[in-house]
Design a protein around this ligand. Structure first.
Ligand SMILES: Nc1ncnc2c1ncn2[C@@H]1O[C@H](COP(=O)(O)OP(=O)(O)OP(=O)(O)O)[C@@H](O)[C@H]1O
Length: 201
């Protein structure tokens, strides 16, 4: 369902990633790890189709859900509208159910700034999983959360993934997160800076 043969990605003539090969099936979960600046986000952006300037071949489903460290909510839209605007085909029941699942049923008409940080993060999670996209890409969405919110977000994410059977690619610095989500680790090595290897955990 996701196949990437990335031969080379460079910025201004400087090679950042080379020879990365991914072949994932529906329901697979992988975590891309490695030191800061190694190219994890660059790789995720290529998989997402946000960066098309690379040498290689990418094959993904049309529908891809994305979640970043920053919740990227629209502050002038209510919680419910923040879900609807990204999923215009979603039904009333689906939207309600998604809000309920993240404990925001009573906050449907609140604006993001009327929500706590944790509620905003949970809303972003609900938005990401609302339509059970076949491919879900997560770029450090659990970083800099307090421990209880992080653990809550991880449980909710696992719940959503179990329900949707989406394929997940997570960028993270944390083995614990990979384990909590049942993901295999895919390590980008700094010394080579170019090739990737699958590391079982
Ligand atoms: N738009 C850009 N233009 C030029 N260089 C870039 C651009 N985006 C990323 N880079 C460079 O590519 C390299 C990889 O960046 P990337 O953000 O993918 O790393 P990362 O592994 O996700 O890092 P971190 O863990 O710190 O988020 C870095 O050296 C970065 O400076």
């Amino acid at each position: 369902m996701l196949k990437l043969d990335l031969l080379c990605k460079s910025f201004a003539g400087h090679s950042v990633l080379e020879d990365i090969h991914l072949d994932l099936r529906q329901g697979d979960r992988v975590a891309v790890m490695g030191p800061s600046g190694i190219g994890k986000t660059t790789l995720l952006r290529i998989i997402a189709g946000l960066d098309t300037r690379f040498r290689g071949v990418r094959k993904t489903p049309d529908e891809i859900a994305l979640m970043f460290q920053n919740p990227t909510l629209l502050n002038w839209r209510t919680a419910e509208e923040n879900l609807r605007i990204f999923h215009p085909d979603a039904g009333e029941r689906e939207v309600r159910q998604a809000l309920k699942q993240v404990g925001l049923e009573e906050k449907a008409s609140h604006y993001p700034q009327q929500l706590s940080v944790g509620q905003q993060r949970r809303l972003a999670l609900a938005r990401c999983f609302l339509t059970a996209a076949p491919l879900v890409l997560l770029d450090e969405p659990f970083t800099s959360l307090d421990p209880s919110l992080r653990s809550e977000m991880l449980s909710l994410t696992r719940e959503f993934l179990d329900q949707s059977n989406s394929t997940m690619v997570l960028v993270t610095h944390s083995h614990d997160e990979a384990i909590a989500l049942g993901a295999r680790c895919f390590q980008l090595f700094s010394e080579k800076k170019k090739s990737a290897e699958l590391v079982a955990i």
